[in-house]
Design a protein around this ligand. Structure first.
Ligand code: COA
Length: 214
C-alpha cells in the first residue's frame, strides 16, 4: 500500500545522513541509506503531506537485533534490552524545507506524538534510543521522560548516549495537548491484523506534563 514511498524514503535518508551529516559509514553506491536493521520486522512511521513524504521514523522490536544491541552495546551498562514492550527508535528526520515550522504542529512533534500513539496502541511501555545528547533538553521540554542507560560517549565527534523513554497514555495526551490535537494522529491502513488497544479520549484537554526548560 505504501510501497512507492520506500525508494524516496531510503534516498532521503542517504541525502540527510550521508550527504548532509557525513555519516560516511552509512554510504552506499546506490544512493539508498539502508542498514542491517531495515528488515521485515522494522516498523516505519511516515508523515505524508499531499502525497509527499515529509518526515519519518523507524521503530525496531528489541527482541530482534537493534542499533543498541549490535552496534553500541557499550552505551547500555545494564546490557541489551530485549523486551516485547520496548521498541527501539532511530532515523527520525524531517525534510529540510519542513523543519523549524511555527505555523501548525511541527512535523517533528507530530512524529513523536504519532509514535507514542502507536506505542500505546500496541501495548508498549517504552522506547529505547541511541541519540546525540542535544535531544535531551528537547525531550525535557515536551515531557518525554528519558532515563539514561549509561554515560555519554564521544563517537565520531558527537556526544552519544542510550536512553529509555516512557511510552504511556499521560505522555501521549500531553503531546496531543501541546500540538492542539483532539483526536488520534495515525492513519492505520492495511493493518487489520495488528492487535490494537483502545486509546483514551483526548477531546478533553489535560494539563501538559512538560516542564518549563531551565
Ligand atoms: N545538532 C544539534 N542540535 C540540533 C541538530 C544537530 N544536528 N539538529 C537540530 N538541532 C536542534 C537545534 O537546537 C535547532 O535549533 P536551531 O534552530 O537553534 O539550530 C533545533 O533542533 C530545531 O531544529 P530544526 O532542524 O530547525 O527543526 P525541527 O525541530 O523541525 O527538526 C530534526 C528537528 C532533528 C527532526 C531535523 O533537524 C532533522 O530532520 N535533522 C536531520 C535528521 C537527524 O539529524 N535526525 C536525528 C538523528 S537520527
Amino acid at each position: 500500500m505504501y510501497e512507492s514511498y520506500f525508494d524516496p524514503y531510503f534516498r532521503l535518508r542517504h541525502d540527510i545522513y550521508v550527504k548532509q551529516h557525513k555519516w560516511m559509514a552509512l554510504d552506499r553506491p546506490d544512493g539508498l541509506e539502508k542498514d542491517q536493521f531495515d528488515t521485515e520486522d522494522a516498523v516505519y512511521l511516515f508523515c505524508i503531506d499531499g502525497g509527499q513524504l515529509i518526515g519519518a521514523m523507524r521503530a525496531l522490536p528489541t527482541q530482534m537485533p537493534t542499533l543498541m544491541s549490535d552496534i553500541f552495546p557499550y552505551l547500555n551498562i545494564r546490557g541489551p534490552i530485549r523486551r516485547q514492550d520496548v521498541f527501539e527508535l532511530s532515523r527520525i528526520f524531517v525534510i529540510p524545507e519542513r523543519r523549524g515550522e511555527h505555523a501548525g504542529p511541527r512535523v517533528e512533534m507530530l512524529l513523536l506524538t504519532a509514535i507514542t500513539e502507536y506505542g500505546i496502541s500496541i501495548g508498549l511501555t517504552g522506547f529505547s534510543i541511541v541519540l546525540e545528547s542535544w535531544w535531551l533538553p528537547r525531550f525535557e521540554r515536551i515531557g518525554w521522560k528519558a532515563q539514561p542507560l549509561g554515560m555519554p560517549q564521544t563517537i565520531d565527534g558527537m556526544s552519544v548516549l542510550a536512553v529509555l523513554v516512557d511510552c504511556d497514555e499521560t505522555t501521549w495526551k500531553s503531546l496531543c495537548h501541546q500540538i492542539g490535537l483532539t483526536r488520534p494522529t495515525l492513519t492505520w491502513r492495511g493493518l487489520a491484523d495488528v492487535n490494537r488497544q483502545a486509546l483514551p479520549d483526548i477531546s478533553v484537554p489535560v494539563p501538559p506534563t512538560a516542564q518549563p526548560a531551565r
